[in-house]
Design a protein around this ligand. Structure first.
Ligand code: HPA
Length: 272
């Protein structure tokens, strides 16, 4: 809590004089870097903020961008931390907790994911309806900070129904062929084996990725309403007769960036 207070104080000392009070948070997944350029406000590198850890992967810059986006006051995380980088899950979800104490009430969490559902195609967007925590870990382990949320938080509605409706309606308006489904969250960093993907499909997963689940658990614990959007960058292991590689994930993410930006922009404009 002490760290969170210091982080919040540092951020507020930058944004309050500028008259910015963010109400919506957004975590930008791989390939959404340019989104940040459209926010009129202040960029704060994670490395500058007391309590924040810098991101270690190339191509993931670590910045908070806080400002106005089509008349909405938002805070965007350009770059996130992943468990596979060696951080604790508490470090991974730390920025979500800081968002709560900045007064943020809603959060949009995006990610690149592998498609498990064979009706999906790379380039598709999936609204996350629910998730399965397959990380074998949990960011809420340990002493519960009661100021943040309850010891045993409810997870009956991990993804907010109204936000899901808004995302569906927005996709319809923009003629986006949207998918909905269950996101399986794993630690990575290796991609899965074909047998694992068959097992996850039997368990009810439609897409799989190495982020999001810990962040959503922390967001719900902290009382934030969550919208999760996956962009399917590849079919998961064993579905197509080819190997998986990070470059494919980056390339597909880049190819849908404009469409994803348009989708998120319209959602944000219509969120209330
Ligand atoms: N598996 C896990 N994480 C991922 C994948 C995948 O196939 N694609 C993008 N992130």
């Amino acid at each position: 809590m002490e760290n969170i207070k210091n982080s919040v104080e540092y951020i507020e000392q930058k944004i309050v004089p500028a008259g910015i009070k963010p109400e919506l948070g957004i975590i930008l997944g791989s390939g959404l870097g340019n989104f940040a350029a459209e926010i009129k406000g202040i960029t704060i590198p994670y490395s500058e903020i007391p309590g924040f850890k810098p991101s270690t992967i190339k191509g993931h810059s670590g910045n908070l961008i806080i400002g106005e986006f089509y008349s909405k006051k938002i805070l965007a995380m350009q770059g996130r931390l992943h468990f596979y980088e060696g951080y604790s899950l508490q470090d991974v979800i730390y920025p979500v907790r800081v968002m709560k104490f900045l007064g943020i009430k809603k959060i949009i969490i995006t990610n690149a994911a592998g498609g498990i559902n064979t009706a999906f195609t790379p380039g598709d967007f999936m609204i996350i309806e629910d998730h399965i925590n397959l990380t074998g870990n949990n960011p809420l382990l340990g002493v519960n900070p009661d100021e943040i949320g309850p010891r045993f938080p409810d997870m009956s509605e991990p993804y907010n129904k109204n936000l899901i409706k808004l995302a569906e309606k927005t996709a319809k308006t923009l003629n986006i062929n949207i998918k909905k489904g269950v996101y399986a969250g794993v630690t990575g960093p290796n991609y899965e084996t074909p047998a694992e993907i068959r097992m996850f499909r039997m368990l009810g997963a439609d897409a799989i990725g190495m982020s999001t689940v810990p962040e959503v658990i922390a967001a719900r614990h902290a009382g934030l309403d969550t919208l999760g959007i996956s962009f399917i960058t590849n079919m998961a292991a064993g579905i197509l007769n080819k190997n998986l590689c990070h470059q494919e994930v980056i390339d597909t993410a880049a190819s849908v960036e404009d469409k994803l930006y348009a989708f998120l922009k319209e959602i944000i404009i219509n969120i209330n």
